[in-house]
Design a protein around this ligand. Sequence first.
Ligand code: G3P
Length: 220
Amino acid sequence: MVLQLFLDTANIDEIREALSWGVISGVTTNPSLVAKEKRDFKVLVKEICDMVPGPVSAEVISLKSDEMISEARALSRIAPNVVVKIPMCVEGLKAVKVLSQEGINTNVTLVFSANQGLLAALAGATYVSPFVGRLDDVGNEGMDVVEDLVILIENYGLPAKVIAASIRHPMHVIEAARVCAHVATVPFKVLENMTRHPLTDIGIVRFLDDWAKVQDTFDK
Ligand code: G3P
């Protein structure tokens, strides 16, 4: 199994930059991230889908299952790599059941317990997204939900994949990998921080200094 990294953003520049690093294989968005971009939702989703050679999650905003299903069908027509994000609730489960029968990929979001995630997986979700950072914020151990959910899904051979979401810092990514999350979706800032280490910066400077000293000798 390979840990996949998705980028958690709706910003085209961030997606373009992260894709050029060769490390991300999908994108997740949510209504808050899309709202920040101040662009037409469907046009933006289409642009992201054309750039990303992997799943792109776009969220419905309806709260009734029949409306979620209509929204999901429309989103899925934008591009073949659209994954429809559905909020975890009874209406959401109903929608996931229908959509999975239609072959539309879903990502059940706002999951805060292993039971919620289990229900989403049983209903036919393609992805289930426990929110690690928001659980940590209220004094719970967010990664425990990811770990429990991975165990449940693996024990019973359910086809859903677990996305560790609401990732706030690089250690969350390591912890997600330790508990065998299938995917971690990370904001661009976290991805940037994952590239850095002060000893790398010091090492680069020292190598170049040493190199320049010798070159100076030969140049004289
Ligand atoms: O897509 C869900 C995730 O991005 C939420 O993150 O930081 O708003 O809790 P956050």
